[in-house]
Write a protein that binds this ligand. Structure first.
Ligand code: ATP
Ligand code: MG
Length: 419
């Protein structure tokens, strides 16, 4: 019996993979422009890293992790997100000691969450994310946001909508928390079961609940922005000011939360008109308590993550075609056994000069080979028959205009390269 792909995962086949490569290239180029350097961390980490680095009370840790005991009796987890691992690596490799600061990093790679699969929600998905660790300058908050926006606008996405908020810090959040608990306590019985248990443990996350009843109960809940302290209020104003300066429009959404103790100040999401509804295509924020939480010194940090899957779906739904190159430079057709041998050498020479080339391996007739060349998007078909072999020439057929020219074998490479 045939074996199927696991639920919530996908094969990326040729035809589609070129889009992935294009998007990943865009991500790398945008990071180069902003001077962020790539980091690659393992696909799995000690489970404890995510318990501490993502937070015990989050959906990710409570419900979504792929955790297993390995043969050495260690609890291992397939990474559900990138930030915790990057921060672990930052601390472990003492990157805070590098002469260039802040530490500006990016990653692209698969993440794993046991979710209910649907469009844009996979169990294995690929995130592109950046982290800037070591600076509390609000200008870097704006830079991180600008990087995400630049990435998406360069891909051609339209109707991007940026929402920002400040979630305060250890000073102002407890005050807001008290107000929030007070407000919600009166309606405790009406909250969903998840939120009932969140009320004491992590009331901020109730603001994020998708349940309609919870949404309506929190409609008039006190906003964190009303309680920002003397550090956080000007920080938030400064971030907004920098965004204004570079003309990135935004709306303040005081309900947007990152419900963890070590998430601080700036939180943001980018939404786009996508697959049928408004979709979050990027989420990020500041995490000034995280480095310490993972065992490092007290270091501020900020970052974002987005998934290639959602980016692709949104591009498709907006009808945006990426300019991917699926052409082949040359397809060689040999007629006869001697010519067949010759094409092997020609093929090797073309490739050695950086010309993408292929030939038939199924002993097909001339007509079928021409069809194959067409399917590969070949720009030129090179035909070698007995006569050509004798005269040391090749017939070069230009597939765009149909014209044919005879070119000496010795001139072939420079002829193709000049086209
Ligand atoms: P959501 O509320 O949609 O579950 P999230 O808060 O879990 O999102 P983050 O952990 O902030 O998302 O991840 C950042 C981005 O990664 C999201 O904005 C989204 O674009 C993407 N993403 C998150 N989960 C998935 C998934 N299961 N499949 C595909 N993309 C995802
Ligand atoms: Mg989620």
């Amino acid at each position: 019996m045939a074996i199927n792909i696991p639920r919530g995962t996908a094969d990326v086949l040729p035809g589609e993979v070129e889009l992935w490569q294009y998007i990943e290239k865009q991500a790398r180029e945008t990071c180069k422009l902003f001077n962020y350097r790539e980091i690659r961390t393992p696909i799995f980490e000690h489970t404890e890293l995510f318990q501490r680095g993502v937070g015990e009370t989050t959906d990710i840790v409570e419900k979504e992790m792929y955790t297993f005991i390995d043969k050495g009796d260690r609890s291992i987890t397939l990474r559900p997100e990138g930030t915790a691992a990057v921060v672990r690596s930052y601390v472990e490799n003492k990157m805070y000691g590098d002469p260039v600061q802040p530490t500006k990093l990016f990653y692209i790679g698969p993440m794993f969450r046991y979710e209910r699969p649907q469009a844009g929600r996979m169990r294995q998905f690929t995130q592109f994310g950046v982290e800037a660790i070591g600076s509390n300058d609000p200008a870097i908050d704006a830079e991180v946001i600008a990087l995400a926006m630049r990435f998406y606008t360069n891909l051609g996405l339209k109707e991007l909508h940026l929402e920002i908020n400040s979630v305060g810090c250890q000073v102002c959040r407890p005050i807001h928390r008290e107000h929030l608990i007070q407000h919600l306590a009166e309606h405790k019985d009406e909250l969903c079961d998840d939120c009932k248990s969140r009320l004491d443990r992590n009331p901020l996350r109730i603001l994020d609940c998708k349940n309609e009843k919870c949404k309506s109960l929190t409609k008039d809940a006190p906003n964190i922005t009303e309680h920002l302290c003397e550090n956080c209020a000007p920080q938030f104003e400064a971030v907004k000011g920098y965004l204004d300066q570079v003309q990135i429009p935004y709306t303040v959404n005081p309900r947007m939360v990152r419900g963890l103790d070590y998430y601080t100040q700036t939180a943001f999401e980018i939404m786009a008109e996508g697959f049928g509804s408004i979709t979050t295509v990027c989420g990020g924020g500041r995490y000034n308590g995280l480095v310490e939480q993972i065992g490092g010194n007290d270091m501020p940090g900020i970052g974002f993550a987005l998934s290639i899957e959602r980016a692709l779906l949104t591009l498709k739904s907006q009808g945006i075609e990426l300019p991917v190159d699926t052409t082949l430079d040359c397809y060689l057709i040999a007629l006869g056994e001697e010519a067949e041998k010759k094409t092997t050498v020609l093929l090797d020479q073309l490739r050695a000069h950086g010309i993408a080339a292929d030939k038939d391996y199924l002993s097909r007739k001339m007509k079928a080979q021409l069809k194959a060349a067409d399917r590969y998007g070949a720009r030129f078909v090179l035909i070698v028959g007995e006569d050509e072999l004798k005269n040391n020439v090749v017939i070069v057929k230009n597939m765009q205009d149909g014209s044919q020219t005879e070119v000496a074998v010795s001139e072939l490479i420079s002829y193709i390269l000049a086209q």
